[in-house]
Every structure is written in C-alpha cells, then in structure tokens.
Design a binder for this molecule. Structure first.
Ligand SMILES: *Cc1c(COP(=O)(O)O)cnc(C)c1O
Length: 402
C-alpha cells in the first residue's frame, strides 16, 4: 500500500495535530528526500510559450513567480492550515505583515473595526493610526468585557480584532462569546493567536473566522527567522486575501519558510514543555513579587476562561514590581541567565520591560489603560531547566531588594 504523503488532504486532515506539525503539507520531489526541500528560486520556466500563457490565465496548474507561489512556502502554508484545522493559509514575511494583510485586504474607507485594547504595540498602531488614515473608523474596547464588543457595534462594523492571551498583559478574551456576537451582526473576527499557538488554542473551534500568526514566535521557536501566517476558509484566503498579497508583496522567503517547517516539527513538544516551565517559574515568582500573571496560575483573574479555551497557560509570564522603572531595569540588569530581549517564544528565556521597549511608542494614557506599568516585566520562558531560571530570579530579586 502506498505510504501517505502530507499532500493527500483527504488523508492528512484525519491526522492529529502533533502529526500534522511533523508531516502535514510535505511534498516530496522526484528525489524522495525525507526532510523538506528548500526551493530557493524566484521564478519558474515553462516548456512552451503556450504553457506560460495558460498558467497566467489560470488554466494550467503550476507556479509562475515566487511572490505568488513557491513549493517550500506552500508546504508550510498547507502544514499551518492542517494544524489549525482550517481550509487554507498564506504565509507572510512577518507577523505584522500577516496582521496588516488580514485587516487591509477586507476593509475599505467607511468601514468600522472594533479592536481589543490589550494588544501588541504594532497592532495598536494599525488600529489607532494606520487604519484611520485611510478612512477606516476604529473603536477600542476592553477585550475582556464581552458586552463592550456588542455595545460598540455599528451598522458599518466589518471586523473584530483581538489577541488572546494578549501581549503583554495576558488579558483573555472569551473567543466563543465574542465570535457569537460577530456572527449575529455579519462581522468577521480576526484573532492574533501568537501567544498560544495552535498547540494550545485553535480559535476556529470557538467560531473565529480568521487566525493570524507571528510565526516568529512559537512556530520558529528558536529565535532565528521572522515569519507570519493568515489562516481561514478557502473563500477568504483565495479571493479576499490573495488579491491583496499577490499585488502588495508581503511574501515569505522560501528560506525562512524552510526554517519554520523545521521549527514546526518540534512545536508540540516545545510549547507544552515551555508552558510547564512557565507555570513552575510563575508559581515561584508569585510568592516573591507583588503580582505575577500566567493564564495557567489559579490566581490569574481569568484562569477558568483561559483553561476553557487553552490546553495550558502558555510560556509568557508578566510580573509587576512596586519600584517602577528603576527596580524593573535593575532586575533585568541583575539576571545572569535570562537574556534581556524583546523577542519571545524562543527556546532561551527572555525578558523585557514593555514600557520602555515593545510598547514605548504608545502614549502614557494608552499604556495606563492597557495596564502596562513602569514596574511591569514580560518574561518568555524557554526550554532551560526551570530550576535554573528560578535560581537566576532568586539571585536577581535579592539584588533589587525583593
Ligand atoms: C510579535 C507579535 C506580533 C508581530 O510579529 P512579527 O513577526 O514580529 O512581525 C504580532 N502580535 C503578537 C501578539 C506578537 O507577539
């Protein structure tokens, strides 16, 4: 019997997610390589002029130009779609290219978008600065307050946009409840799922239409390349999104796609282990600092909701110190193992001070409204032995008097 390849969609859709992450979407070349081939090519040659014309007319299957298609990128797109349980996916050069494309491809002047206030800094720049410049109205609500979404709906509302857990405050949005409201009003939901990854949370199972990723984070998972993805139904991806991305060009490089394919092979292992490690570190920290948050901690204000949507709490921990920026920077400077870095989802533990880095461009009012204080630090727990991370904190906390 013929062995199943990752391209047989009728077969592969039955595989469980951990199998998808290793094999989904794999297309072997004539050489039968086990590891996915890297097709570093910008163009494709045709057997005859008629073939070129037929491909451009969409009458012949095949690739035409790597801004539009590439075999390595396509393997990654199929794998991410299968992992998410979605019909289709398209990869982008970065997470922000994915967010921008997912929103701009469907919004026009005169439309209205509602976004959650707790969000990655650049996502807030999209909703607060970029979209209004093009005549797209935006309203920011507290994403945790399900009624606030309903109350903000206008006749021209087209999109709900939120991330959960949110960066960096770890606010949780009730995906099912918010998507129910959206469906009732014919609104499209776009969920940024970077923190959870499809291993811990698959928003479409709760009614989301579109899921967008920074694949830079958990999917690469080893701090190597930037990448992004937009996942949805075939109609949205093939018609609405593709018309935008084919002509604006936020294309993922085949090399970076190949690196993320390698990253996905260990996604299930890494995400689960990093979640466990983070819970252990957060459990230590909550006894030593005024406030520590991780959705997996029973003390997280939305722990029950988080555990209804997520298989585990994820690898991000937020801590809040009373001594402002001085103490927060002091703690960062006293750490010997954990790196000072604003990236996250790496196999190395990384920590940053959002108020002076990732969220520095937001006004003081917006930061205060989001809950980003001067004493807040965001920790991305890696794959080290968590006891080494705890020892590093134990020492550094003493240095800053905690
Ligand atoms: C990092 C991040 C992004 C942006 O992704 P890039 O790959 O850096 O462009 C968007 N949303 C969230 C939640 C992120 O953490």
């Amino acid at each position: 019997m013929k062995r199943k390849t990752g391209q047989d969609r009728d077969v592969t859709t039955k595989w469980r997610p951990a199998t998808q992450a290793v094999r989904g979407g794999t297309a072997r070349s004539e050489w039968g390589e086990t590891s996915e081939a890297l097709f570093l090519t910008s163009g494709y040659a045709y057997d005859c002029a008629g073939d070129a014309a037929a491909r451009f007319a969409g009458e012949q299957q095949g690739m035409t130009y790597s801004r539009l298609q590439n075999p390595t990128v396509e393997m990654l797109e199929k794998r991410i779609a299968l992992l998410e349980g979605a019909e289709a996916a398209r990869c982008m050069a970065t997470g922000m290219a994915a967010m921008t494309a997912a929103l701009l491809c469907q919004l026009s002047a005169g439309d209205h978008l509602i976004g959650a206030k707790a969000a990655f800094g650049s996502c807030r720049w999209l909703t607060d600065t970029l979209l209004p410049r093009f005549g797209i109205q935006t309203t920011i609500v507290d994403g945790r307050d399900t009624h606030a979404w309903e109350a903000a709906v206008r006749p021209n509302t087209k999109v709900f946009f939120f991330e959960t857990p949110a960066n960096p405050t770890l606010d949780i949005c009730d995906i099912a409840a918010i998507c129910d409201i959206a469906k009732k009003h014919g609104i499209t939901t776009v969920v940024d799922n970077a923190f959870a990854s499809p291993v811990l949370q698959r928003p479409m199972e709760f009614g989301a239409d579109i899921v967008a990723y920074s694949a830079t984070k958990m999917m690469d998972g080893q701090g190597r390349v930037l990448a992004g993805a937009v996942v949805g139904n075939e109609e949205f991806i093939e018609t609405t999104l593709l018309a935008f991305t084919r002509n604006t060009g936020p294309t993922l490089s085949p090399f970076n796609a190949w690196v993320v394919l390698k990253g996905l092979e260990t996604l299930d292992l890494r995400v689960r282990r990093q979640s466990e490690n983070a819970l252990k570190v957060a459990g230590f920290l909550e006894k030593r600092v005024p406030k520590a948050l991780n959705p997996g901690l029973a003390s997280h204000p939305q722990h029950d909701l988080a555990m209804r949507q997520m298989a585990a709490g994820g690898n991000i921990v937020a801590i809040f110190l009373d001594g402002g920026r001085k103490q927060a920077h002091g703690l960062l400077d006293a750490m010997e193992l954990v790196d000072i870095s604003n990236n996250l989802g790496d196999s190395r533990s990384l920590m940053t001070h959002p108020a002076s880095t990732t969220h520095a461009s937001l006004s003081d009012e917006v930061k205060a409204d989001m809950g980003i204080t001067e004493g807040m630090l965001r920790l991305s727990v890696g794959l080290e032995d968590p006891d080494d991370v705890i020892e590093d904190f134990d020492h550094a906390l003493k240095v800053v008097g905690l």
